[in-house]
Ligand binder design. Structure first.
Ligand code: FES
Length: 110
């Protein structure tokens, strides 16, 4: 678990409909942060089907989902739950915050 917040980008660089990926600076966990209508959400940047990076996929702002580019599994960006096959397991969700004109996240798993 990381107690240290990782800087993702300036708040102005993550506008509604955009996503940014980073790595937790303590654990090395890949994380993708989504701006869905002004609200920020962070998920592990890894599909639970075959561990491909989710940030290579398509962010659907209508549904609030990310579609994996490899086999088209979709996940809800708000909570990480799998929305369709071939993925059945949720993607871990992480905390995210705006502070000092920046976007910050961290892997808070034990
Ligand atoms: S690796 Fe993502 S759907 Fe297969």
């Amino acid at each position: 678990m990381s107690e240290t917040w990782t800087f993702v980008c300036a708040t102005a660089e993550l506008l509604p409909g955009e996503m940014k990926s980073t790595f937790d600076e303590v654990t090395g966990t890949p994380i993708v942060v989504f701006n869905l209508d002004g609200e920020l959400f962070a998920l592990e940047d890894q599909c639970t089907h075959e561990e491909f990076e989710l940030s290579s996929g398509t962010f659907d702002t209508e549904e609030g989902s990310i579609e994996c580019v490899l086999h088209s599994a979709r996940f809800d960006v708000r909570d990480g739950r799998a929305l369709c096959a071939p993925a059945y397991t949720a993607v871990p969700k992480f905390p995210v915050k705006r502070e000092s004109d920046g976007v910050w996240t961290r892997d808070d798993r034990d």
